[in-house]
Design a protein around this ligand. Sequence first.
Ligand SMILES: Cc1cc2nc3c(=O)[nH]c(=O)nc-3n(C[C@H](O)[C@H](O)[C@H](O)COP(=O)(O)OP(=O)(O)OC[C@H]3O[C@@H](n4cnc5c(N)ncnc54)[C@H](O)[C@@H]3O)c2cc1C
Length: 418
Amino acid sequence: MSEKYDAIIIGGGPAGSTAAVYLARAGKRTLILERERFPRFHIGESLLPYNMPLFREMGFLPALREGGFMEKYGAQFVLPDGSLKTHIQFGMGKFTTEPMAYQVERSRFDEMLLRHAESRGAEVREGWAVKDYTIDPAGGVTVTAQNGGAPERFEADFLIDASGTANFTGNREGLKEIYESHRKVAIFGHYTGIALPEGKCGGDILIFRLKDAWFWFIPLSREKVSLGLVVDRAAFKESERSPEEIFDAAVERCPDLKARLANAERTGPMRTLVDFSYHNRRFTGDRLVRIGDAAAFLDPIFSSGVYLAMLSAKTAALAVADAIDRGVPNTSRMRRYEKRMRRYLKAYFEMIVKFYDQPFIELLFQPRNTKMHLPDAIVAILAGQLEGGWAVTWRLRFFFLLVKIQRRFPLVDRLSLE
Ligand SMILES: Cc1cc2nc3c(=O)[nH]c(=O)nc-3n(C[C@H](O)[C@H](O)[C@H](O)COP(=O)(O)OP(=O)(O)OC[C@H]3O[C@@H](n4cnc5c(N)ncnc54)[C@H](O)[C@@H]3O)c2cc1C
């Protein structure tokens, strides 16, 4: 048994590393237990502009800039045949102040962030898988972890679960709820041999929207592109085809993407993930907070995962530091953390559900209300501006009303996504 820590964090992904940085800033002794040895592959490569203030505050921006990651200034939504495009430029948004983000190869990005947390004072143990935990509200937390040998025990005042979709404590406590209406499969890989346009838009994320599926196209560098397909889980199962076959058949239905892939070669394995959209019924408990994907994860369509993971980590870490200072197992600040995150998740989920709705796509691809700045409200959410206030909220509500009307009475042309 080692000396007692202020906090133990399960997982050294973006959420775990961010929480460790903020705890270190608050003078807390923190241990990160990470079961992998970094660098390790991870999906989730397109960041949002509102990640940038967090990077700045954490002192991580210089390292990120030196890392030479692809700069992302916009997002393009594209019809399968390329005949129509909506080009969102973050720098042009009326309600946003952050013009750019980065596209990152996660193996390198996550390792840099973990090293940053270490340099700020966190103790990091890689190759240590957490196996068990007990919480005594009056005393503290005991965590059992293993790195190949006999299990060892670690003690702390607080436990922060940043275990990602492994959802360590949520699964143990039976808290996980999958969004039944939203069961998806993602099939993805990395590709070379894809020509990218010169200039700022070369780093844009492209979203190809098919009738029943969508592709992401994320330039990780001028030589490497991350490509992924998201389809309904039911259709995936029914088709009885391999992920590669489903992926290739979808490319065939998307002539614009097919043309871009004319000389493309996959550099590694094709990977598959199933049922990644869920939330836990509770994000906090006595001496425990869940952050990042270990609290909840939504669909990847708006690239909000890493941003929400880091934002939740910061908010929760500050609440935990405060609870430690006050010597109590649970505080109203921890509950406010959960409330705030649920508000953000709801905002994204509403947009996500709409994205799968054809009238929303028709209005998104054919914006008409530029004088009222309705598209700017969408840009705000896509950039990660979640505190845009009433100016953004009423425009979103109005846009959603137009989506309802579009379903019955076309305000803009009907589109074919075939
Ligand atoms: C198909 C798909 C595409 C996505 N695309 C994007 C995107 O473009 N942009 C974006 O921002 N997000 C995207 N995401 C989401 C993004 O991947 C996650 O939201 C993000 O990685 C969450 O970070 P995290 O730190 O919470 O979890 P993770 O990054 O998963 O980190 C959790 C860590 O915990 C460790 N761990 C787990 N269990 C244990 C244990 N028992 N003991 C010790 N360590 C443990 C794991 O090894 C891992 O390193 C995507 C997700 C999916 C499914």
